[in-house]
Design a protein around this ligand. Structure first.
Ligand code: GTP
Ligand code: MG
Length: 595
């Protein structure tokens, strides 16, 4: 019989300080090095009991569990909204949890989501109200206990903290939990302890960890017992290429014992493979598995809970997020894992964008963000962007140009594939920060819609008026050519004309000035104009004012969506024009009942 380390998941809203708390406990600086400043993968660190004793000092001497457990195994989870499935995975793995709440921000959507996960799995937890050092007027004492630090604060600051803690008590009450500040908890079985802390200065961390060990002692002692021959169960965090080892997997072993030469089952796209473990490597204590690099040591076997790197043949296509299980005679492990594959298959539609990501968790996260944005998804896969993806993207773009999009989250694009992309109509959004990808996409869609709208409005014929300058009729007809001046608006070839009585005066064929053909002319310009289907002296006279003949449906669009963009004199011309039209047809341009 062995006692394993309790698994402690740290959950909470984005930026409330989960990674910083673990950094404080480990003495590391991971939070400041994360892409985009957010956690996007599950992290895992083993903290030996000696380190915990060093932090807590005599406070934990009373706890017998401190002599039996080897340490605490912390799991860091992402707080960003998109990572629900990783939070769930982190929550499901946990024996205990710390729910972090920024004391200045209070409860946020992912705080509630985390609470629901804890409720669902009935995980005992502690609430840490973090960032007390940012309370107005707070005077920090580095590494102090909360009790000591609180005592030295001004009464108004103490009051402020009390108020904020009570807000948290209120929110927890709404969620169905009784709670109290930790030093006032009378019954740990029915009340959740709230520990005010600063992950930055370390204030309160002593009490937080002591409370955690208290919970472990109360609830877990039997749950932490491990039979030496129980086959290991775990979760794959990441699949990585390592020099000298080939493809390896990083995994959390949450149950049983894992040994070299064990046969394990793992998930690959659409199937389950089995392979034999060649070697097991363990990060040195206090090293986060995501960050460990060379700080591993080779071991023959490992007992849960632990984070390990595993080298074995055939790991290339293993999916991050896959379950890991040692084969045994009693259970049909493969069948169990196949069932789980069904659960993680991502729903796709007939049309939509393509998504590529590095791990199951990140794929689920980006799919969930896109679904919230109502972006249809045609396919969602794990792996680098391939030639095939570009071909599929091109097909998508030909069907609907908004669908010709590939999201590449944390994956690479081969230079050859990049060349293919450049020659295609496919738009690539790539990066390693999830919200950046969808933000860039939203900006792209917005610009695209604006360009479409501009093209649509450009095609609308707008008001204009010209004046046929006396003595400047150069040709009677076919086409009529005369000198004109623009009195208002912008005039383009192709526009039809009418005179002040509403009679049609042909269509503008071309406009010229000093032998140069013009595509548009505006107010004040004098040019030679050729007019098709009009006879000078019959359809119009020199000295006449002619109006652009706006089609009725164009006028309606203009009136509805574009009026604020017209100038004073264009509006005046529009009024004159409408009056001319309504002399013949009083309802011209008026909206029908159903428009
Ligand atoms: P996600 O993993 O993205 O959900 O965020 P997180 O909860 O891990 O937050 P993280 O530890 O990355 O901290 C976010 C920011 O808050 C960083 O700039 C930290 O330096 C800062 N921060 C965290 N804890 C404290 C604290 O106790 N006091 C102060 N002043 N800043 C803190
Ligand atoms: Mg984090």
């Amino acid at each position: 019989m062995n006692i394993r380390s309790p698994i402690v998941s740290v959950l909470g809203h984005v930026d409330h300080g989960k990674t910083t708390l673990l950094d404080y406990i480990r003495g590391s600086t991971i939070a400041s090095r994360e892409a985009g400043g957010i956690t996007q993968h599950i992290g895992a660190t083993e903290i030996p009991i000696e380190t915990i004793s060093d932090i807590c000092g005599p406070l934990i001497d009373k706890l017998s569990i401190a002599d039996t457990i080897p340490g605490l195994f912390f799991i860091d989870t992402p707080g960003h909204a998109a990572f629900t499935s990783l939070r769930k995975r982190g929550g499901a793995l946990a024996d205990l949890a710390i729910l972090i709440v920024d004391i200045n921000e209070g409860f946020k959507p992912q705080t509630l989501e985390a609470l629901n996960i804890l409720k669902m799995y009935k995980t005992p937890f502690i609430v840490a109200t973090n960032k007390v050092d940012k309370l107005f007027g707070w005077d920090s004492i580095e590494n102090a206990s909360f009790t000591e630090s609180f005592k030295s604060q001004a009464p108004s600051v103490q009051q402020d903290l009390e108020m904020k803690v009570y807000e948290v008590v209120g929110r927890l009450h709404e969620a169905g939990f009784q709670s109290e500040r930790f030093d006032r908890v009378s019954d740990f079985a029915s009340q959740i302890a709230i520990v005010p802390i600063s992950a930055k200065t370390g204030e309160g961390v002593i009490e937080l960890i002591t409370m955690l060990l208290g919970l472990a002692q109360k609830y877990l002692t039997s749950q932490l017992a491990i039979h030496k021959d129980a086959p290991a169960k775990g979760t794959v965090l990441e699949v990585k290429e390592e020099v000298g080892l080939g493809t390896t997997i990083d995994a959390i072993i949450y149950d049983g014992v894992l040994k070299t030469n064990d046969e394990i089952a793992l998930m690959v796209p659409g199937d389950v493979i089995t392979t034999k473990i060649r070697s097991i490597l363990k990060p040195r204590p206090l090293n986060e598995i995501r960050d460990s690099k060379n700080k591993f040591e080779k071991i023959d076997q490992v007992t849960a809970a632990a984070g390990v790197k595993i080298a074995a043949p055939h790991l290339d296509n293993v999916i991050s997020g896959s379950p890991l299980q040692v084969l045994n005679d009693k259970e049909d492990v493969k069948e169990q894992i196949l069932k789980e594959i069904d659960d993680v298959t991502i729903d796709t539609e007939d049309r939509g964008v393509l998504v590529k990501a590095d791990t199951l968790g990140s794929l689920e996260a980006i799919v969930s963000l896109l679904t919230d944005l109502k972006v249809p998804i045609r396919s969602a896969d794990i792996g680098d962007v391939s030639k095939r993806d570009v071909i599929n993207g091109q097909i998508a773009s030909e069907e609907n140009d908004e669908d010709g999009v590939i999201f590449a989250f944390n994956v690479s694009v081969h230079p050859q594939v990049r060349e293919d992309l450049e020659e295609s109509d496919v738009k690539l959004f790539e990066g390693e920060v999830i919200y950046q990808l969808t933000e860039d996409y939203s900006i792209w869609i917005k610009e695209k819609k604006e360009a479409e709208r501009k093209a649509y409005l450009d095609a609308i014929i707008k008001p204009g008026k010209i004046f046929s300058i006396p003595k400047l009729i150069f040709r009677q007809s076919k086409p009529a050519i005369c000198g004109i001046e623009v009195l208002s608006g912008t005039i383009k070839p192709g526009y039809p004309l009418i005179n002040a009585n509403g009679h049609p005066v042909g269509k503008i064929a071309s406009m010229e000035d000093n032998g140069e053909s013009l595509q548009f002319i505006s107010r004040g310009q004098k040019v030679a104009m050729a007019i098709d289907n009009a006879i000078a002296g019959k359809d119009f006279e020199e000295g006449d004012e002619l109006y652009i003949d706006i089609p009725e449906n164009h006028y309606k669009v203009l009136n509805r969506e574009f009026k604020d963009k017209l100038s004073e004199d264009e509006l005046q011309t529009l009024d004159e024009f409408v009056e001319i039209k309504r002399r013949n047809d009083p309802d011209w341009g008026k909206l029908g009942l159903f428009e």
